[in-house]
Design a protein around this ligand. Structure first.
Ligand code: ZN
Length: 214
């Protein structure tokens, strides 16, 4: 067991982060905190502080705006992430990508395993890699286990776009960025994606790059 004095530095650092108020600064790729496996959460933040930290993650995610944010992305190496996707997208995109609304959720100590062998490839981006997107093939359905912010067990199957979001955020907690799983030749600026590849699926983009769909 850790002693309370050993726990103090992390809690103090979170208090310092929160003291500034407003959205938290988002750490960009290159910072080692994004490449380390985060520590399992086991009460390092007392309940009141955890609740305030989760609220700050939600505020930061919404302000970005993004559909998920992992604690390492604000410099805190704990296995905690938040997700939320209002999915304000056209019906065709919703259908092709399975981008259905995902209510706000807190994932504590999450891990996932694929369900079935289905995979889907779509452009994906990350708040810690600003300005770019790339095509990532991922399992279309995963079983996510872990806890919620109150310590209640979480065991749920996610599919469609929410499955992509929970994989992306859980990967962050393992020190993995989406670029590690991406088709390198698909890397595109946000602007290019908006200008050229805004169709619901990336097949045309794959053909234009001279590669098969990943
Ligand atoms: Zn990310």
């Amino acid at each position: 067991m850790e002693t309370s004095s050993e726990r103090a530095p992390l809690a103090e650092r979170v208090e310092e982060l929160l003291a500034q108020g407003g959205p938290l600064p988002i750490v960009a790729a290159g910072d080692p905190v994004l490449r380390r496996a985060a520590d399992p959460f086991d009460g390092q933040l007392e309940p009141g502080l955890l609740a305030r930290f989760v609220a700050a993650l939600r505020l930061t995610m919404r302000a970005a705006p993004g559909v998920g944010l992992a604690a390492p992305q604000v410099g805190v190496g704990l296995r905690i992430a938040v997700i939320e996707d209002p999915a304000p997208v056209p019906e065709e995109v919703r259908r092709v990508r399975g981008r259905v609304p995902q209510p706000f959720r807190v994932l504590v100590n999450p891990s996932y395993t694929p369900v079935g062998s289905g995979r889907a490839a779509f452009f994906e981006g990350c708040l810690s890699v600003p300005g770019y997107q790339a095509v990532v093939a991922r399992p279309t359905e995963v079983r996510l286990t872990g806890q919620d912010e109150h310590g209640r067990a979480l065991d749920e199957v996610f599919s469609g776009w929410p499955a992509r979001i929970v994989q992306h955020e859980t990967d962050h907690l393992d020190g993995t960025l989406y670029l590690d799983r991406a088709e390198p030749r698909s890397l595109s600026s946000q602007q290019a994606v908006a200008d050229r590849w805004a169709q619901p699926s990336p097949e045309r983009a794959a053909r234009a790059r001279g590669v098969d769909r990943p």
